[in-house]
Design a protein around this ligand. Structure first.
Ligand code: ADP
Length: 488
């Protein structure tokens, strides 16, 4: 059967590419299934997408925020109407379970609904002026065309997290989805086309990441890039964005998130929560738990449940309702994950659960890895320092709270961290001293609602938060206006 050929949304139309080159979109649970093919756009076509966004900006920014919000409310409703079919496509495209995909679509709708509401919120402040008879106010206004560069792990959600605040603020968008997940972006484009968003307000571009990145960095119409992905690429884009003062960049990058378990924790509940935080989406979440730091006293009791729960995880095709963990996304990820496990062993760790690829029977044609726990990991070992982005949890022992926090903080990352304890003082100590943008107590390192500010410290993020009211700052600039209104 001929694979369906998808296009991109540019200037309000679905366009294919003059390059005639296509990239297949493959199901990681069964690599024989091709979901469709997506065009590799030429540089000129990407420039056209930027120019279409620049053209659309002129009218979009002058709509009232209430009118812009109306499109977002309608989009939220359409996502809810189409939730099941979009969720199934996400599962087929990225491998996550259908339950996880349903949550992703529900949260996508929540993002559009939440940010739509800002259309009726104040757009600035009225400020007193030291000079009498002077009326002074601030006005938040859009920055212009923004490039959104998104990853594959939550292809719809990560995009909605950027797109919703971008649009409500009056910006127009060029969206570059990850090469593994163009279908999620297609659904987004379809929803916005169906709510009759003016042409050019959202444009999608697929093709070479570096070429598209260069256009977004260099085109004078682009005033912002919001990126989620690896620390390596995020830092490189940040360095290059620094060359143009009109170009701001927001980066959401890697993590090496830890959960600290103290001796007074409820071990059974802690183990359940940590296992969920580590292995949901096969550990392919920037906020996934990848280290457990546990006090010597707590180690034995915690590990008993932790290992048993990990071994109980049912790995399989995400479309099967009983699957708890799907495949990893592609061959590159598979190799990286298995390499990290080998490295963990070489560095002195002991694999106490999982540790290998699954290839028997139903696993034969997919990228399946058994959920893996490595015990006895040195806090400085590579496996404890570098992001793996897969179902691998390293267990590190510590003597007490203070040393535990030092270990939690002892990587270059600072995205999320959690503590398990019944001790209020210890929880507060952790909340003050753990160097992470998102802290939780007796909860997983992952799982943040649309209205909660989200973003990491250190090598995990930039100064601009996503989500919540703070999420609007990246997409707006502030103008201060003083008017002498003294009557003549
Ligand atoms: P991951 O390891 O999670 O795939 P990447 O940082 O490689 O993380 O990818 C995140 C997003 O950044 C993807 O959409 C990818 O195509 C894009 N990307 C990768 N390299 C570049 C680049 N040089 N310029 C712009 N975007 C890039």
């Amino acid at each position: 059967m001929q694979n369906r050929e998808y296009g991109n949304l540019v200037a309000g139309e679905i366009r294919t590419s003059a390059s005639r080159e296509n990239t297949p979109d493959i199901n990681p649970a069964d690599t024989r299934e091709v979901l469709g093919v997506f065009p590799s756009m030429t540089e000129d076509e990407v420039v056209e997408a930027v120019e279409s966004a620049a053209e659309a900006f002129r009218a979009w920014k002058d709509l009232t925020p209430i009118a812009r919000g109306a499109y977002l409310f309608q989009a939220a409703n359409l996502f809810r109407d189409r939730a099941e079919s979009i969720a199934r496509d996400i599962t087929r495209e990225v491998g996550k379970t259908i339950k996880e995909a349903r949550v992703e679509v529900a949260n996508t709708a929540n993002f559009f609904e939440y940010f739509a509401g800002f259309g009726r919120q104040p757009q600035g402040d009225h400020l007193p002026d030291e000079r009498s008879g002077v009326f002074t106010y601030t006005q938040r206004e859009p920055i212009g065309v923004v490039g959104l560069i998104t990853p594959w792990n939550d292809p719809l959600l990560t995009t909605a997290r950027k797109l919703a605040p971008a649009l409500i603020s009056g910006n127009t968008v060029v969206l570059k989805p990850a090469p593994d997940t163009p279908l999620a972006a297609w659904h987004l484009a379809e929803v916005f086309r169906d709510v009759e968003l003016p042409g050019g307000v959202i444009n999608t571009v697929t093709g070479s990441a570096s070429m598209i990145g260069n256009v977004l960095l260099e085109h004078p119409a682009v005033n912002g890039i919001s990126f989620t992905g690896s620390t390596r690429v995020g830092k490189e884009l940040t360095r290059r964005a620094g060359e143009r003062s009109e170009l701001r960049i927001q980066t959401e990058m890697g993590g090496k998130n830890a959960s600290l378990v103290l001796a007074d924790a409820d071990f059974a509940k802690s183990a359940d929560t940590i296992v969920a935080g580590a292995f949901a989406q096969g550990g392919q979440r920037c906020t996934a738990t990848s280290r457990v730091v546990v006090t010597e006293e707590a180690h034995g009791s915690l590990m008993e449940t932790l290992v048993a729960r990990t071994q109980d995880i049912r790995v399989g095709n995400g479309l099967d309702e009983s699957t708890a963990m799907g495949p990893v996304v592609n061959q590159g990820q598979l190799d990286r994950i298995l390499g990290a496990v080998e490295r963990g062993k070489d560095e002195g760790g002991t694999v106490v659960a999982g540790g290998s690829r699954l290839t028997e029977d139903a696993y034969e044609h997919g990228y399946f890895v058994a959920p893996t726990v490595i015990d006895g990991v040195d806090p400085e070992a590579g496996v404890a320092q570098e992001e793996i982005f897969g179902p691998v949890l390293s267990v590190i022992r510590t003597s007490d709270l203070e040393e535990g926090v030092r270990i939690v903080n002892g990587t270059g990352y600072g995205l999320s961290a959690s503590i398990f304890t019944e001790n209020l003082a210890a929880a507060h100590y952790f909340a003050r001293h753990a160097e992470a943008g998102n802290i939780s107590v007796n909860l997983p390192t992952a799982g943040w609602s649309v209205h909660l500010p989200f973003g990491g410290f250190k090598d995990s993020g930039s100064a601009f938060k996503e989500q919540g009211r703070e999420g609007l700052q990246f997409y707006t600039r502030v103008r201060t206006v003083a008017m002498n209104v003294t009557p003549r």
